[in-house]
Ligand binder design. Structure first.
Ligand code: XUL
Ligand code: CO
Length: 412
């Protein structure tokens, strides 16, 4: 028994606590397989019937799925949990009714909300953006919807709240005042922080970068753009980032890039663990099945001590050709295995310390003397000049990329 339990404990923590898997509601329970060229292919029994009846059927089916799969978390948008009404009041009543049932199912099963988010992009009123809309009336609607979203997060005990700027960006620079729009977005976030404090909501706020789709250019382009935005408007202590590698590759970076960059700045809060097809150039939201990628992501996560209160949310959809109900299980199980193997590989890389030792050696000139003063920020250009006059030309050293890559391959 003890030996069996040890197998699931890595670096003093259970694998499930490193991984904190979450199922997303919108792709797996609302998705129909429809695309711009074709009709729905995924005929789910819970999507039949009047909107509020099917919302309840869908929720019960989702909790049956979470339980069978053995995950502890789920994520959802306000509008995929309950249908939008014809007024804000009606939408709120619908949400109240369905979240009453969600609360009941959560307490029966122990399954929790990893994060909730507001859909501020699908309704036609948001076609020119929500927080960055040129019309304050639309921005006000988004604010009213967000207020209810934050109340919902509190009601269901969500551990995080995500802001994905779906249409916060522009298609044409001719009709857009970018400086004004960015300021409004920051002010919108400040209102959210204030309301969060007012209602005593404890969850972590997260911004999810994405460079394009549906806008041509989105303000939350990638991890570094969002970090710069947060710092510019003094919001960095209130938010972390929810990195989706499928968006990272859309921004032209490698899969692990934004996870690594966000983590380096202490801003990695959660991961929408999916993958794109970088050879295509659009958002495909596939289940992550590449062990090289998950090893690199888990290495960054383990090195920062985990993701809690964030997690690994499967913001992924089965292909429209994967039409069996069992494909939902296969996709999630396969992706969980891919991350579990990534975690085991990452822990071996870290515990062996071979790569870390090589990197440490590579930077060793900064551990003493002039290098140490550069590192601490106390060196001057005059000192550099004196150093070079005394020591002359440096002996360039090999970067040894192929050696690192070969060692990395040894672990996967
Ligand atoms: C869109 C996307 C969203 C967010 C939540 O590309 O990733 O599903 O995760 O709105
Ligand atoms: Co996402």
């Amino acid at each position: 028994m003890a030996a069996h339990e040890d197998f699931f404990v890595l670096m003093g923590r259970k694998m499930e606590d490193w991984l904190r898997f979450s199922v997303c509601y919108w792709h797996s329970f609302c998705g129909t397989g429809a695309d711009p060229f074709g009709a729905p292919t995924l005929h789910r029994p819970w999507n039949e019937g009047a909107p509020m009846d099917s919302a309840k059927k869908r929720l019960r089916a989702a909790f049956e799925f979470f339980t069978k799969l053995g995950v502890k978390y789920y994520t959802f948008h306000d509008r995929d949990m309950a249908p939008e009404g014809s007024t804000l009041e009606e939408s709120n009543r619908n949400l109240d009714e369905i979240t009453d049932l969600a609360l009941q199912l959560q307490s029966q099963t122990g399954i929790q909300v990893l994060w909730v988010t507001c859909n501020l992009f699908a309704h036609q009123r948001y076609m020119n953006g929500a927080a960055t809309n040129p019309d304050c009336h639309v921005l006000a609607y988004a604010g009213a919807q967000l207020k209810k979203g934050l109340d919902t997060a509190k009601k269901l005990g969500a551990e995080n709240f995500v802001f994905w700027g779906g249409r916060e960006g522009f298609l044409s620079v001719h009709n857009t005042d970018v400086a004004v729009e960015l300021k409004h977005m920051a002010n919108f976030f400040k209102m959210a922080v204030k309301y969060k404090d007012k209602i005593g909501l404890k969850c972590q706020f997260l911004i999810e970068p994405k460079p394009k789709e549906p806008s041509k250019h989105q303000y939350d382009y990638d991890a570094m753009s969002v970090i710069a935005f947060l710092k510019h408007y003094g919001l960095e202590s209130h938010f972390k980032l929810n990195i989706e590698p499928n968006h990272t590759t859309l921004a032209g970076h490698s899969y692990e890039h934004d996870v690594v960059m966000a983590s380096a700045f202490g801003m990695l809060g959660s991961v929408d663990s999916n993958t794109g097809s970088p050879d295509l150039g659009w958002d495909t939201d596939q289940f992550p099945m590449d062990i090289r990628n998950t090893t690199l992501v888990m290495k960054a996560i383990v090195e920062q001590g985990g993701l809690q209160p964030g997690g690994l949310n499967f913001d992924a959809k089965v292909r429209r050709e994967s039409t069996d109900l069992e494909d939902l299980f296969i996709a999630h199980i396969g992706a969980m295995d891919t991350f579990a193997r990534g975690l085991r590989n990452a822990v071996r890389i870290i515990e062996d310390g071979l790569i870390a030792g090589m990197v440490k050696e590579r930077y060793s000139s900064f551990s003493h003397g002039l290098g140490q003063r550069v590192d601490e920020g106390s060196a001057s250009l005059e000192e550099m000049e004196a150093f070079i006059k005394q020591n002359g030309e440096p002996n360039v050293t090999s970067g040894k990329q192929e050696k690192y890559e070969s060692i990395f391959n040894h672990y996967i």
